[in-house]
Ligand binder design. Structure first.
Ligand SMILES: *Cc1c(COP(=O)(O)O)cnc(C)c1O
Length: 365
């Protein structure tokens, strides 16, 4: 059995009770199962602070990228155009999706350590009236930066365009008033802040916008409208559903509520994140993102300046002592990352920082 905790942004460390739910082989066509799916869909709308009249939740097989690809390739028609706002690998993945689907798109690339500017988005929308949709990432897991979706959604809405948000690593771990912000499609997945296991993504959709997308999909399996149409009838998934993952997710939602809902979870994540950064700074390890825009989910730290430093060695040292950290992903600096989402508590952060201290002492940092 694996004896370490994950400090990675999904999959992440889940509770034993969530894992135990997967010990049952559930059939997919009976009412029991369909009710579980329907309950999950309702609960997700509550977490997003939206009404069932205005919004609907669709569950989609596959990892988070399948959810993003499903939205982009299903709701943007042949004669429509997407503006992608990117300041990290996940924003750039959206451009990759658009490329593969041969969609019309333009991209506003920002530096990885800066948040995209709403004014710039506004200017781009004014300069190019062909743009119909705008897509951006909320918590850019590449660096840990938290983008200002409120400011961007405001200009997108004022221009009368459709707003798509990849909130993969933030939904459930931070309050996002989806309706109030006017977000039309927001995507997350089972194995991030809801603290389930990998296997499906979910999309909270503005009903009207979803209806408008009928017939636009470029993919059969990822057709968002068609998936919704089937699921909306009685909770049946269109193709084989990831049953074990769904059972685990239903349990994870219950446990989120027991913890005190998103406010309590958000506080735990933010407190752990602050403690981690404070302890690392005390050891002379600095964050890649400045305090103003550092998000509460994952943190990128610069390598210590030391000739003996090897990430692989540090990784192995820490893993042997009970924690798996994450390599860096930003392209312009040497960094490593530590996620603090999942079943991670203050004692874990303190223990982890103790291990770092020992490791740095051993290489004389
Ligand atoms: C995890 C994540 C994704 C999805 O990645 P998958 O590997 O497909 O699950 C997309 N965007 C962001 C911001 C993420 O953190």
């Amino acid at each position: 059995m694996i004896q370490y905790k994950l400090l990675t942004p999904g999959p992440l460390t889940t509770t034993d009770t969530v894992k135990k739910e997967m010990m049952a082989d559930h059939c997919t066509w009976d009412d029991d199962y369909k009710q579980i799916t329907q309950k999950i869909r309702k609960e997700l709308l509550k977490l997003a602070h939206v009404s069932e009249e205005e919004y609907t939740a669709v569950l989609m097989q596959g990892s988070g990228s399948f959810g993003v690809e499903s939205v982009l390739t299903s709701v943007i028609g042949e004669d429509e155009k997407l503006l992608i706002v990117a300041n990290g690998a996940y924003g750039e993945r959206m451009a990759d999706i658009a490329e593969h689907a041969k969609m019309k798109y333009s991209i506003y690339k920002e530096e990885y350590d800066k948040i995209p500017s709403a004014e710039k988005v506004e200017e781009m929308l004014e300069a190019d009236p062909a743009i119909t949709h705008v897509a951006m990432v909320h918590s850019e897991t590449t660096s840990g930066i938290l983008n200002d979706i409120t400011a961007v959604a405001k200009v997108v809405k004022a221009a009368g365009k459709t707003m798509i948000v990849d909130a993969m690593s933030s939904f459930g771990g931070m309050e996002i008033p989806v309706g109030e912000l006017g977000i039309d499609f927001i995507v997350s997945s089972a194995n991030k802040c809801i603290q389930g296991v990998p296997g499906f993504s979910f999309i909270i959709c503005n009903r009207e916008k979803l209806m408008e997308s009928k017939g636009k999909a470029r993919s059969l399996a990822l057709d968002l409208y068609d998936q919704w149409k089937t699921m909306e009838k009685d909770g049946k998934w269109r193709f084989t559903s990831p049953t074990h993952t769904v059972l685990a997710f239903a349990k994870a939602l219950e446990e989120l509520e027991m913890e005190g809902g998103i406010p309590a979870r958000a506080k735990r994540y933010a407190d752990n994140n602050h403690l981690l950064i404070q302890k690392m700074e005390e050891m002379g390890i600095h964050t890649y993102i400045g305090a103003e825009h550092q998000g509460p989910i994952i943190t990128a730290f610069y390598y210590p300046e030391h000739h003996k430093f090897s990430f692989q060695e540090m990784y192995a040292y820490i893993k042997e002592r009970g924690y798996a950290i994450y390599p860096g992903k930003v392209t312009d600096a040497d960094t490593f990352r530590i996620g603090n989402i999942g079943e991670i508590y203050e004692e874990d952060i303190l223990k982890l920082c103790g291990i770092f201290k020992e490791f740095f002492a051993s290489i004389e940092v």
